[in-house]
Design a binder for this molecule. Sequence first.
Ligand code: ZN
Length: 406
Amino acid sequence: MRVTTAFNRLLALPGTTVRDVSFEPAQITVTVALRRRRLACADCSHSSRARYDTRTVDSSWRHLDLGRLRLVVRAKLRRIDCPTHGVRTEGVPFARVESGFTRDFEDLVAWLATRMDKTAVRRLVRVAWQTVGAICARVVTDQLDPGRLEELFEVGIDEVSWRKGHRYLTLVTDHGTGKVVWGAQGKDTATCDQFFAELGADRAAKLAAVSTDMGAAYLKSVAKPGHAPNATVCIDPFHVVALASDALDQVRRQVWNQRWVLLKRPERLTDTQAATLRKLRRHGGAAWRAYGLKEALRAVFAGDLTPSETTELLDRWCVKAARSRLEPFVKLTGTVRTHREGILAAIRLGINNARVEALNNKVRLITRRAYGFHSAQAALALVMLACGPITLRLPYEQTHVRPHSV
Ligand SMILES: [Zn+2]
């Protein structure tokens, strides 16, 4: 078998014929020619036999490594004059638009990024983390199910931090499938409005339930006319429990700050410190009581109670927490009472709290990996790859006909 024939089969790049193979110390360069005569615009379905010109410089793409060697594919591309996009370099069937990598290479990197930590991915495939982000974004644009906003009945809207310094994404989850179906940069009312604009009036009218956290931003957007006209607004109990954990943390910190007062001799205490000491004596075991309140609240939403039992226990919890003299819990009681109807609606509609929490944890794990990305788009892409309606396939698993293939 000739080397070029062997590399034709080895690379399996659709629509190409291998013309030449050259070996360098750390790299194999494979020169290919496109089999098709027609030129295709890289950005739309326009194709033509008429070439504008041929590029003087070869284009190149990195493909899957071969043994220890990097493998680079080269081709001479023509330019097409597209009526919509103007003079553009023709698209190729084996690589995505504007990419320096083949589809196979990008599919592998995207798959790895959802399953491996940053350092491992970078070392294995030898590309910068920023580049991994750009690859994720291209794969998502290409593979995201365009029908994902159809047939939405129960959705959750949530925020997640993707980078230090208050950079957030807003994510919309389909409670039916447990997949993230929409996302955008930001976490304010306008961000959430974008979702409803994209959803459109017809699909929005089908929403039966929308669950959010207790922040005003999303609730305000959900309440706007036409956004979710037939939906019951719910509060994910998961967020309520998270607030109770925050309250417990605050109590713990206060207790910690007060503890050193106990180490001082009483006669050396200032007036304020003496007051603190009296308070400590009176409210002994504050951290313990706070812990008990948090656990009791978690038990209310454990999922093994009927809606009426849940209602009764939640109200009883509010009375107890309001009388606890633990300020963070007294404050939390106010929040819970304000959103009581929404919290109980989530229980009544059976929005699966365990699943919401599991997805939330998965999203948080994956966004920590995205902290090295510099664009919200890349962070969102990684979330979509890991938690969205996308089936990632490794190169050898791909049997479907690829777009543009000839
Ligand atoms: Zn075009």
